[in-house]
Design a protein around this ligand. Structure first.
Ligand code: THU
Length: 160
């Protein structure tokens, strides 16, 4: 038996002012999407904005449902729309922001496991990293240079 350690690297920016400008504009798109989320059950709004290599920006937000599991997260709403409309395009970068009506969201809020798996599919498909910026409503922003950093031991097509 041997121990295997898994390492991951994230970069943390103190505030929006510190972000590279291409990330600032994408994050603003995520804010706009977040504020239009349909989240009457959780009161937790999430917005995601995706930049494609053809220059298109796709946004999405969480869409909840009275039958809770039928709802969908912001990241998957956005990436599935991007994949369905621009199947040949590569995803360059994703920006995510979450806010809550119940409490302040001042630290970076990462995508859930199911969304990481969904994003991983596109990163593997396009064979190039997807940069991910994520934050709460305000405060620090975390950046992962690729989805792989957020999902070690990914399950992907290589095992099928
Ligand atoms: N949610 C997202 O949109 N993205 C995530 O990565 C985590 C959770 C949504 C789903 C649900 O509408 C609400 O946030 C609370 O879980």
């Amino acid at each position: 038996m041997k121990e295997v350690k898994i390492e991951s690297t994230l970069y943390v920016y103190e505030a929006m002012e510190e972000l590279p400008k291409e990330a600032v504009s994408l994050m603003h798109k995520a804010f706009e999407a977040r504020d239009k989320a349909y989240a009457p059950y959780s009161n937790f709004n999430v917005g995601a904005a995706i930049l494609l290599d053809n220059g298109e920006v796709i946004t999405g937000n969480n869409q909840e449902n009275a039958s809770y599991p039928s709802g969908l997260c912001a990241e998957r709403t956005a990436i599935y729309y991007a994949g369905s409309q621009y199947p040949e395009a590569k995803v360059v970068r994703m920006a995510i922001s979450a806010s809550s009506k119940n409490k302040p969201t001042l630290s970076p809020i990462p995508p859930c496991g199911a969304c990481r798996q969904a994003i991983a599919e596109y990163e593997v498909k396009q064979a190039s990293p997807i940069e991910i910026y994520f934050m709460g409503k305000s405060g620090k922003i975390a950046k992962s240079e690729s989805l792989a950093n957020l999902l070690p031991l990914v399950f992907d097509k290589s095992v099928l």
